[in-house]
Ligand binder design. Structure first.
Ligand SMILES: C[S@@+](CC[C@H](N)C(=O)[O-])C[C@H]1O[C@@H](n2cnc3c(N)ncnc32)[C@H](O)[C@@H]1O
Length: 273
């Protein structure tokens, strides 16, 4: 008589115990997941990126694909497959150089090796002029740190200020490139007002510099012209670019080009009165 209940209750007890263990494990996993997500949210990893994303053809219809792929007007001169110090990738190069094909005045904040400068000049019309501004190695003392600027961005900006001759040096394209040296906060934009079809902002990524370069670019761009910023990567890389553009997108219609770290803005053409 004593044996029967023990034989019957054994498997039931075991199954209850297994279910309790499974439920407890599931609760523990869900709890860990919740803490993990909260921690990532706190560090900004899951924060939505405020600049709205579009495909490149949503920003500029010249990129609208044909039934066979990229449209012929986006064919460019190219040096593919290698990245240089501070440089942009092949997809970003294709975008900038396609826009350069119809730009007569181009300005670049931050030359670095000058590879992008060269490619902009190589693709721009024959009568185009490309002006590029960078900090020379012997001008590092003029760098002006802003309150709250991220030290990592500042260190990178100074480390990349290492060039006095460039990728384009010695090429025919150099004749159409004007190289300026100096700190971009000290750059006087007043002789350059409303002149540029394309401006590429890729100098110091410290927030105060992104803001200063942006304020100047907004005065330098022509109606209908385009400003592009590089290195909009999110909260954990080039934070100064991320924060400055997230703030700016409250006032201006900025777009983040999908598959790139480029943010773009087209300066409106005023309505005819
Ligand atoms: C990211 S690299 C530019 C890369 C380049 N646009 C390209 O696509 O190959 C940043 C450049 O900005 C320059 N730079 C950094 N701080 C600057 C400052 N305060 N004023 C002017 N140029 C600065 C650096 O010397 C460096 O050449």
């Amino acid at each position: 008589m004593d044996v029967l209940p023990r034989i019957e209750s054994g498997p039931v007890t075991l199954s209850i115990a297994i279910n309790i263990i499974l439920a407890a494990s599931l609760i523990a996993v869900l709890w860990k997941l919740k803490n993990y997500r909260e921690d990532r949210k706190k560090r900004g990893v899951l924060r939505p990126w405020p600049v709205r994303q579009v495909d490149i053809d949503g920003f500029d219809e010249r990129f609208r694909p044909t039934e066979f792929g990229p449209p012929p007007q986006t064919e460019i001169r190219f040096v593919a497959g290698f990245r240089v110090d501070g440089g942009i990738n092949d997809f970003e190069t294709w975008i900038l150089c396609t826009l350069a094909k119809s730009a007569r005045r181009i300005f670049e904040f931050g030359t670095c090796t000058g590879k992008t400068t060269y490619l902009l000049a190589a693709n721009a019309p024959a009568d185009a002029r490309i002006t590029t501004l960078t900090l020379a190695p012997d001008q590092k003392d003029s760098y002006r740190l802003g309150g709250g600027d991220d030290r990592e961005a500042t260190a990178a900006a100074l480390a990349e200020s290492a060039y006095t001759s460039f990728y384009y040096s010695g090429h025919a394209e150099a004749e159409r490139i004007e190289q300026l040296f100096g700190d971009s906060k000290a750059f006087d934009e007043t002789p350059h007002l409303a002149q540029y079809d394309l401006i590429f902002i890729d100098g110091s990524h410290a927030r105060s510099y992104v803001e200063s370069d942006t304020a100047k670019a907004l005065r330098m761009v022509k109606p209908g012209g385009v400003i592009m910023w590089h290195d909009y990567h999110g909260p954990r890389r080039a934070r100064g670019v991320f924060d400055a553009l997230n703030e700016l997108t409250r006032q201006l219609d900025l777009v983040h080009i999908k598959g790139t770290s480029i943010v773009a803005y087209r300066h409106p053409v005023p309505e005819p009165s």
